[in-house]
Design a binder for this molecule. Structure first.
Ligand code: NAP
Length: 249
């Protein structure tokens, strides 16, 4: 079976605690709803409390396990914010079974020659450095799980460099390196797997910003590309370690 064809069973993620960054909108929101629908207790991580509360309400309306909200602005968070979040997760849940890094910024679409330096720094920080820090501070909670899964959300531009994608493409390429390195470092720990998934083109605000002339109705909804993610977050994906996956054909 190709993981992209994976169809979740009811209760697939029952009793799992899964944190998703960027859960306020776009793909992160869709994945949060899918994980909750499959029985997970989802920690909705994002920077906008009103949007996160909206997703929280949607999950409650599904009758899914009660979610939690973790407010964290990845552009401005300092060490105490990361440590505080890690401490709360350890105290409240005692472990973390899944961590999905879905939050990201597009930044500028411009030639390197003219790329705005402060924008470059912000995109590199939100898209690459923040996932590194979050993974680092949450490793103790991931180690407490019997079956933990870390997923970095990748992009086609990480493997196929094209002009004008700037810091976004460089950060996504860096995430691939981080995934590879971390999975090798954790090789001896059979209870933690680290993978990356390119969700492919989806009908979201980021895609609309990158391709303003494109008709969004020609794009798949984010909810339709969650299969590989649910596979990797579930016991079914236990043997997947250090891999790169495409969520769409
Ligand atoms: N859409 C595509 O076609 C496509 C293709 C390949 C890969 N991807 C990847 O898929 C993932 C989701 O993208 P998307 O299309 O859903 O994009 P999106 O609609 O723009 O959503 C991005 C998410 O990141 C959050 N975010 C941005 N800056 C943040 C910050 N400083 N702190 C915390 N959260 C922050 C946003 O929060 P707010 O709601 O507060 O803005 C939002 O939840 C990204 O990793 C993206 O690179 C997307």
């Amino acid at each position: 079976m190709n993981p992209r064809d994976f169809t979740p069973r009811p209760g697939l993620l029952a009793d799992r605690v899964i944190m998703i960054t960027g859960a306020s909108s776009g793909f992160g929101r869709a994945l949060a709803l899918a994980c909750a629908g499959a029985g997970a207790g989802v920690i909705l991580c994002g920077r906008n409390s009103a949007k996160l509360e909206g997703v929280y309400d949607e999950i409650e309306a599904l009758g899914a396990p009660q979610p939690a909200i973790a407010l964290l602005d990845l552009a401005t968070a300092v060490a105490a914010d990361y440590d505080g979040l890690a401490q709360i997760i350890q105290n409240e849940f005692g472990r973390l079974d899944g961590l999905v890094h879905a939050a990201a910024l597009l930044g500028d679409r411009s030639p390197i020659e003219h790329y705005d330096v402060p924008t470059w720094c912000k995109v590199m920080h939100v898209n690459l450095t923040a996932p590194f820090i979050l993974t680092q501070v949450l490793l103790p909670s991931l180690r407490k799980s019997t079956d933990a899964s870390v997923i970095f959300v990748s992009s086609g531009v990480a493997r196929n460099q094209r002009p004008f994608w700037g810091a976004y493409a460089v950060a996504k390429t860096g995430l691939e390196s981080l995934r590879d390195m971390l999975s090798q470092e954790l090789e001896a720990e059979a209870n933690i797997r680290v993978n990356s998934v390119n969700p492919g083109r989806m009908r979201t605000a980021m895609r609309a910003a990158a391709y303003p002339a494109e008709d969004p109705n020609t794009l798949p909804a984010p909810a339709t590309v969650t299969g590989v993610f649910l596979y990797l977050l579930s016991a079914d994906g236990r043997s997947a370690q250090g891999g790169y996956f495409d969520a769409q054909a």
